[in-house]
Design a protein around this ligand. Structure first.
Ligand code: PEP
Ligand code: MN
Length: 346
């Protein structure tokens, strides 16, 4: 941390800052310039924050120079991590050596719809099945998901298809039942800053897919991941799903630069959700190509056997030819970036 003193700070002001820092057990290094003095601090950042140095006379500014997150930071963990999801025989990696396709319906509606979506997903090379049982809908009148019934359907489809299941948790009270049925817990954009939920998934013993809050900075998102890690769970995969901007031709604005920015700051894997980022089927494949090219560790996409009649997010769901195009893009582009893919079974 660096303290910048005001140009008119007195010697007593400087001594007071140094005194408060040294009393706490940290070190202070004073550097007197022509115009102003700066003081470099070495010590525990959280403790230094607690000293409230900004409030002392003569202090102009306090700059932090290390990241406020530790466990998820790349500073302390230079090698990028791989998170494994699923049980024996179906375990799938998400991380630097591979490019992972997660696909499935936005919402679980019926057993048959989920099974058909899972078959489409698997045929396209997906190694994980997505599907929402608890749906966080903007409107209270919209389909809210089947809840526990939906979790059971996901469990049955997993048994038939053999893909580990990723599903969203919206309420910390549901943690036991969701963790019992899911292989990976999804925290959605609307809950990224629900700290009680983050702590609950941190203790649930399952990998977590943490979507970026639609209004969250990358630092806030990584702090949310730190909440999960701090409860003992480092199996966190980040998902860029678009942010709110003034642009309204797409549902959200895909912040593609978040991928390399996160990769320089954190060791956690990061994937992209082109379906929720765009809200438009015609943009899903182009944005997935961008995700591969920018170095993402995978994509998560909505798939539905009958998008016209989907109860949730039909306009962005892939089916048929679009899905084949996505599979072809992953198969041809990901290896150019040094990524292994599961590849569609032939
Ligand atoms: C979803 O993946 O079904 C979902 C609701 O996404 P998001 O939280 O990104 O809106
Ligand atoms: Mn959706």
């Amino acid at each position: 941390m660096v303290i910048v003193m005001k140009p008119d700070a007195s010697a007593a002001d400087i001594a007071a800052v140094v005194g408060r820092v040294e009393e706490s057990g940290a070190e202070a290094f004073v550097s007197r310039g022509v115009m102003r003095t700066i003081i470099g601090l070495v010590g525990d950042v959280a403790m230094l924050h607690g000293l409230n140095l900004r409030a002392l006379p003569g202090v102009a500014d306090v700059h932090r120079i290390t990241a406020p997150y530790k466990l998820v930071s790349r500073e302390n963990h230079p090698k990028r991590s791989t998170v494994w999801v699923g049980g024996v025989g179906t375990r799938a990696p998400i991380g630097p050596g591979s490019f992972t396709l997660i696909a499935g319906p936005c919402a679980v509606e019926t057993h048959q719809q989920t099974l058909q979506a899972a078959q489409l997903a698997k045929a396209a090379g997906a190694t994980l099945l997505r599907g929402g049982a608890f749906k966080p809908r903007t409107s209270p009148y919209a389909f809210q998901g089947l809840g526990v019934e939906g979790l059971k359907i996901l469990g049955e489809v997993r048994a038939t298809i053999g893909l580990p299941v990723v599903t969203e948790i919206v309420d910390a009270h549901d943690i036991d039942v969701v963790a019992e049925h899911a292989d990976m817990l999804q925290v959605g954009t609307r809950n990224m800053a629900n700290f009680a939920l983050l702590q609950a998934v941190g203790e649930a013993g399952k990998p977590v897919l943490l979507k970026r809050g639609m209004q969250a900075t990358i630092e806030e998102w990584l702090m949310a991941a730190e909440y999960i890690a701090q409860r003992g769970n480092l199996d966190v995969v980040l998902c860029e799903r678009g942010i709110r901007t003034f642009e309204n031709s797409t549902r959200n604005t895909l912040d593609i630069s978040a991928v390399p920015v996160v990769q320089t700051s954190s060791h956690l894997p990061i994937i992209v959700d082109p379906s929720h980022a765009s809200g438009r089927r015609d943009l899903v494949v182009p944005l997935a190509r961008a995700a591969i090219a920018v170095g993402a560790d995978g994509v998560i996409v909505d798939v539905h056997p009958d998008p016209q009649n989907a109860l949730c997010d039909g306009p962005q769901a892939l089916a048929g030819d679009d899905l084949l195009e996505l599979a072809a893009a992953i198969r041809s582009l990901a290896p150019l970036l040094g990524r292994h893919t599961a590849g569609p079974p032939t």
